[in-house]
Design a protein around this ligand. Structure first.
Ligand code: FES
Length: 155
């Protein structure tokens, strides 16, 4: 009886493929205009999106020593676990990290920024993307809304 159950389980298990489910390497990050000048950390993807004007790049936030998440420090990156330091291009300057932080390619699809965490590019590879709205300039939408409100208040 028990032997039959074990055999049935083994047969049933053989119908299920041995597949390792991993999150997709290409991640959709939303509109490129949501990334301001400088570095923006994305917790889920563990990358920094670096904007310099219209140019966007993505650098990994995963330390090449043992995989801790690095933070921005001075003009580069610093790992809190064992003290590795990286410059702004990701080059390892000090500490036990054996390699630079990798850069990942960015692309635009349907107006959304895509990062490919499964590929690497050089730090010089950038993507030209629309700039975020200037916070100094008033938007047209807010102007219209306040005009309507003013009309309604007068009645
Ligand atoms: S994990 Fe970053 S220095 Fe060790």
């Amino acid at each position: 009886m028990v032997g039959g159950l074990v055999h049935a389980y083994a047969w049933g298990r053989s119908l299920v493929p041995n597949v390792l489910y991993e999150p997709p390497k290409k991640r959709r990050l939303g509109a490129p205009t949501r990334f301001p000048e400088g570095s923006t950390f994305l917790q889920e993807e563990k990358v920094f999106i670096v904007r310099q004007g219209a140019a966007l790049r993505a650098i990994s936030a995963i330390c090449t020593h043992l995989g801790c998440t690095v933070g921005v420090q001075d003009a580069g990156y610093h790992c809190p676990c064992h003290g590795s330091a990286f410059d702004a291009t990701g080059e390892n300057l000090s500490g036990p990290a054996p390699r630079p932080l990798p850069w990942h390619p960015l692309s635009l699809r349907g107006g959304a920024l895509i990062v490919d965490l499964g590929s690497e590019v050089g730090p010089e590879v950038t993507l030209e993307a629309p700039l975020p709205p200037d916070p100094e300039k008033p938007s047209r939408k807010s102007g219209k809304g306040s005009a309507k409100k003013a009309k309604g208040e007068g009645k």
